[in-house]
Design a protein around this ligand. Structure first.
Ligand code: FE2
Length: 228
């Protein structure tokens, strides 16, 4: 299997490229528009055909590369059904299969960070978007975020996965690349709460600055942006 994890150091975003092998179909999760040439370079080098691109949710901190990749490769654009993106060509509900050659992902509706946040399970690993981060969780104070929804998405869905499931988030700000469900359950400071109420109180008192790119990224990602 081909599994590439790209990092955009401007937005601290992780992007994932997946394929069963050289010369086969490929899928990309959470691309960043400024990195499009890098993805195309790797796709060409490995003779991969990009057929599907997924955004886990509408991002507020960077502009997605989803529309540019669709323009350049003719791939399908996938998001959860709650997404307000005008770019999407395939929407998925909770527990739907997304297939490319020899690879299968299952969608999990995991709202809380935003109301359009989905995670994607692929055998031994889960792409958690901004729902579950390594030693953290995505903020819940805009884009119809809701800390109680996030609590249930994490505790009732993600943490119920086998404990050795690898966790691949959409961001990391401290250089962590991968974790496991077991490790997050045990060590993630945000998850050491005794009740949904306690979790919500903690999330409602984070007092975070607004993302710098938010006013540009949200409308851009709803409409979809292509490079000139
Ligand atoms: Fe986000």
């Amino acid at each position: 299997m081909i599994f590439n994890q790209f990092f955009d150091n401007t937005s601290s975003t992780y992007t994932y490229l997946i394929s069963s092998g050289k010369g086969r179909e490929a899928l990309i999760i959470d691309p960043v528009i400024e990195r499009t040439d890098e993805y195309i370079f790797v796709l060409d080098k490995l003779n991969l055909k990009l057929v599907k691109v997924i955004d886990t949710h509408i991002h507020a901190d960077h502009i997605s590369g989803i529309k540019e990749l669709c323009k350049r490769t003719n791939c399908a654009a996938i998001m959860g059904e709650k997404s307000l993106s005008e770019v999407v060509t395939i929407t998925v509900k909770d527990n739907e299969k997304i297939n490319i050659e020899n690879i299968e992902l299952t969608s999990m509706y995991t709202p809380g960070h935003t109301d359009d946040s989905y995670s994607f399970l692929m055998k031994d690993r889960v792409f958690t978007g901004d729902t579950l981060l390594i030693n953290g969780t995505g903020r819940t104070d805009f884009q119809n975020g809701n800390p109680l929804d996030q609590y249930y998405s994490i505790f009732d869905r993600l943490l119920k996965l086998p404990k050795n499931t690898f966790v691949y988030p959409a961001h990391d700000y401290k250089g962590n690349k991968v974790s496991t469900i077991g490790n997050e359950k045990k060590n993630n400071p945000r998850l050491q709460v005794k009740s949904p109420k306690q979790y919500a109180e903690m999330m409602n008192n984070l007092k975070l600055e607004k993302p710098i790119m938010m006013d540009i990224a949200l409308p851009a990602n709803k409409k979809g942006i292509i490079l000139k």
